[in-house]
Design a protein around this ligand. Structure first.
Ligand code: FES
Length: 154
């Protein structure tokens, strides 16, 4: 079961919509914000709250790469690997992240602070190559600038 504060937020989302299941994405975001990822043990209680089968929740989590079911990190750096960012040299972005953080995509820094998560289009193609740190979107403008941005996240 969810702790009281989180449960209240989930119920607020659920009560907003005419049909409970329509709140599924907002609820998953809420859970991910709370834990840093989507723990497996939250899926069944969420399915019960939404009054949908467990496999429906599992399918939604699996479909969207914005949801992370594995190792949590305080800050998830989502790097767009879709076509526009690819041609805008997102490889340089990934290389710069690897240089600074000493981890590869899919890995978490030893202090649990950053995780590099390759994802599909972030919807900011005009700024390509693009990355997000949790909910903040950035255009990659070189390793030095990237380092400065990362230093803001403590
Ligand atoms: S292709 Fe990278 S943000 Fe759209």
């Amino acid at each position: 079961m969810f702790e009281k504060g989180l449960l209240e937020k989930l119920n607020a989302h659920i009560n907003y919509f005419p049909r409970k299941e329509q709140a599924i994405l907002l609820c998953l975001h809420e859970i991910q914000d709370h834990y840093g990822y989507i723990p497996q043990e939250t899926l069944k209680p969420l399915a019960d709250l939404l009054e949908v089968p467990l496999n429906h929740v599992e399918q939604v989590v699996a479909f969207y790469d914005m949801f992370d079911r594995e190792t949590p990190a305080k800050y998830r750096i989502r790097v767009c690997v879709s076509v526009v960012c690819h041609f805008a040299k997102n490889k340089e972005l990934i290389k710069a992240l690897e240089n600074i953080l000493k981890i590869r995509p899919g890995e978490v820094t030893p202090d649990g602070k950053f995780k590099i998560v390759p994802v599909q289009c972030l919807g900011a193609c005009s700024e390509a190559p693009v990355f997000m740190i949790n909910d903040d979107t950035y255009k990659f403008e070189g390793e030095e600038k990237l380092n400065e941005i990362l230093s803001r996240y403590t």
